[in-house]
Design a binder for this molecule. Structure first.
Ligand code: HEC
Ligand code: HEC
Length: 226
């Protein structure tokens, strides 16, 4: 199944971050904007695969990502944040199935957001473009992108907008048109349940859990539709 391409340069760090780092805090290569863009791409590839329910791809991307990180050396103060991401990625080899893939991806997102938040890294966001209202999957993809930004930046505004968009797309009736057999009813109720949890999640841990539930719900349906 095709997935939406993310707008290029979705996130920009404000230029003051570059200037202030100067000589006091040497700008280390592994934490450069270019390296972060690769982080973003790899984490995003994991997320897209998890939405499609492809645990193998999630594992593969995570393994390559972990290898790239382990080849770099980070300045000491960044150690704990880097380690947190490394520990999460190291678990990828044991991940099986859609639910565990979704959980891993959510944890990766929370680790990105954890480093940015703990170290006051300003990551400014360009919103993804509004979906066309007739296409429910566009709305779902849009909402998921915003929730994802909410985790990795981390951004309350992105999360809240994503939660609203997701919640607004929650009437399951339209799904009657899609042949999903016996999965229909239970998926409809899990879509509604995750809708409620994204709206109420208001801290990093709660959002990580809610994001895992959302991705797991997407994957449940996509897997069943194959
Ligand atoms: C160890 C800390 C750390 C971790 C972990 C981390 N980042 Fe970053 N991130 C930074 C720093 C520092 C910058 C600022 C880079 C700069 O502009 O010099 C940054 C900036 C960014 C940017 C903006 C880059 C730009 O174009 O200017 C993106 C996107 C980003 N991070 C994504 C991610 C993603 C996705 C992850 C998780 C897979 C992640 N980061 C994990 C420290 C971290
Ligand atoms: C109730 C079932 C169901 C749920 C839940 C679901 N999808 Fe889908 N999705 C489908 C079906 C069926 C297709 C393929 C047919 C279509 O495009 O409508 C699809 C296709 C897609 C596509 C490809 C659309 C295209 O234009 O090729 C994307 C992207 C997508 N879904 C994203 C998501 C995301 C993100 C979520 C979770 C927030 C999600 N979907 C949840 C049933 C579902």
């Amino acid at each position: 199944m095709a997935h939406r391409t993310l707008p290029v340069a979705l996130l920009l760090v404000c230029s003051c971050a570059h200037e202030e780092r100067g000589e006091v805090q040497a700008p280390a290569q592994p934490l450069s904007a270019a390296s972060m863009e690769r982080h973003f791409e790899e984490a995003d590839a994991m997320r897209a695969a998890a939405v499609r329910g492809e645990a193998d791809t999630v594992r593969e991307v995570a393994t390559a990502f972990a290898a790239r990180i382990s080849e770099s050396t980070y300045p000491q103060p960044w150690g704990p944040s880097v380690q947190r991401l490394e520990t999460v990625l190291a678990r990828a080899s044991t991940v099986e199935g859609a639910a565990q893939s979704a959980g891993l991806v959510a944890e990766v997102g929370a680790s990105c957001g954890g480093c940015h938040a703990d170290n006051d890294v300003p990551v400014a966001v360009d919103w993804p473009s509004e979906p066309s209202p007739e296409h429910r999957m566009d709305t779902f993809a849009y909402a998921t992108e915003l929730l994802w930004l909410g985790l990795i930046v981390p951004s309350d505004a992105a999360w809240e907008r994503g939660a609203q968009a997701y919640h607004a797309a929650l009437s399951c009736e339209d799904f009657e048109a899609v042949s999903l057999g016996p999965h229909h009813v239970s998926l409809c109720s899990s879509v509604k349940a995750t809708g409620a949890s994204v709206v109420t999640a208001n801290d990093a841990a709660g959002r990580q859990r809610a994001f895992a539930d959302v991705v797991s719900t997407c994957a449940g349906c996509h897997g069943a539709a194959d």
